[in-house]
Design a protein around this ligand. Sequence first.
Ligand code: ADP
Ligand code: GLC
Length: 477
Amino acid sequence: MRKALSVASECAPLIKTGGLADVAGALPAAMKAEGWQLRTLLPGYPAVMAAVKRGHVVWEEPDLMGGPARVVAGKASKLDILALDAPHLFDRKGAIYLGPDGRDWPDNPERFAALSWIAARLAIDGVENWKPEVVHLHDWQAGLVPVYLRDMAGNDAPGTLLTIHNIAFHGHAPAERLTSLRLPASGFHPGGFEYYGRINALKAGLVYADKLSTVSPTYAEQLLLPEFGMGLDGVLRSRRADLTGILNGIDTTVWNPAEDPLVTAYKSPKRKTANKAALQLEFELPGSKGPLAVVVSRLTEQKGLDLLLEALPAFLRRGGQLALLGAGDDVLERAWLAAAAEYDSVGVRIGYDEALSHRLIAGGDAIVVPSRFEPCGLTQLYGLRYGTIPVVALTGGLADTVISANDAGLKAGVATGLQFHPVTASALTGALLRLCDLYEDTQVWQRMQRKAMRHPVDWASSAPRYAALYEALGNAE
Ligand code: ADP
Ligand code: GLC
C-alpha cells in the first residue's frame, strides 16, 4: 500500500460541524480500495482524545506554540488517527472553532498553524517508519503545511494536494504573528501568503500546494470568477492548470434506505409513506395532499434559507408542508421559529441531530437546498439515495448532481430533481410550485424517485480521480 497523510480540522464520526468531516472520514476507506493507506492527523479536541485513548505516543514536542504537545496514534471507527494532543490549544469545551461568545477563538491562527507545523514535521521525519508520499490538506486549517514543508525540507518534501471545501474561510492573522506562527518572512508578499497586509492560511495553501482540488467540477469553474472566488479568484486563475473538481461521494452504508436502522427501512419509494406519516406526527403537521419538503442544514448566509422563508407562503397555499432541522445564525434561527409559530404546516427543530436528519431525509417527499454557493453539498445526495426529490439552486455541486425535471429531462426520463436559477426567492417559488405539479402526477413522480434512487452517489468514480492526483504527486518526487 502507498502512504498518504490527510490533515483535517474535523473528521466524521469523531468530530463534525459540516460536510468536510464526512469527506475526511470517508476518504480513507475510499482510497484503500485504490491502494492508498491514509492516516488522518486531527487536532486533539476532547472527543478526538477520547477516541484514541488506547493509542500510543509517537511524537513529543516540548513547546508547540505556547505549550507542550504530543502526537497519539490510535484506531477509531476504522480510521487510522494521529491526534495532536496539545491541551493549551484544543482541550476546550464548546464548539471547535468558536468560543462561548460565538466568535472565533482568538488563537485560531496558532491552533491550526500548530496542526500544520506538526503535519509537516511528521511528513518529513515519518512516524515509526511510516512516511507518506503525499500530504492531502483540507481547507485553510491545513493551508500552511506546504509553507512549513518547503521551509523544513525544500525540494525533498512530499507532494501536497489542497482540497478546497469552503473558500469563504481564509484563516487570517495579523502580520505581527509571523514569528509566533513560525512562518518564514520571505513568504510574506503578495505572491506568497500575504493578503492585504495580513497572513492568509488558505492563500498559502493555494500558492504553495503542488495540486489543488475542489469538491465538484462546476465549483472548480466558478472559483475562477470574482463572484465566487471570495477575493482569491485571481490566485486560483494563476493556478488554473493545477486545479481539478472531484465530486464528493457519501457513505452509502450509513445512508442506505434499505437498511437504515434509524427509519422504517425501504427498497421501493412507495414504501416511504410510513416514514412520512411518522415525520408529520413528530413535527405535528396536519395531513395534506401536497408534498412534504424537508431541510437539514447549517443556518448561514451560504445556504439561502432566507429565500425559502420568502417562498414559503405560496408553497403552503398549494398544500405544501415543510420540516426543517438546522442551527447557526441567531437571526435565521429566530426567523424560522417564527415561521413555525405562524404556520401549522411548518415544523422547525433548532439543533444538531444526526438521527433526526435520517428521519427527515427518509420521510420527506422533497429536500430543498437553495444555496447561494455550494462547493458540493451532501444532503441532496442523501435525498437522491432515499427517493426524496432534491429542489436545488443551479450552482456548484448542486448543478453537477441533480438532473433537472425540465421538459427535456422529463421526456428523456432522466430527471431526478428540480433546479432553479437565478438564486432568488421568486425562482425558488417557481420551482416549489412546479414540484407541487409534478407531485400530483403519481406516475411521473414515482419515475423520478426511482431514477433518483439509482443515481450513483458513492465514491466509486471519485476515488480513482483522487488516486490519479496522488499518483502524479508521488511520482513527481
Ligand atoms: P456544509 O458542509 O456546507 O455544511 P454539506 O451539505 O456538505 O454542507 O454537509 C452538511 C452535513 O452536515 C450533512 O451531513 C448534513 O446532514 C449535516 N448537517 C447539517 N446540519 C445538521 C443538523 N442540524 N443536524 C444534523 N446534521 C446536520
Ligand atoms: C463544505 C461545502 C459543502 C461540501 C463540504 C464537503 O462545507 O460547503 O458544499 O459538500 O464542504 O466537501
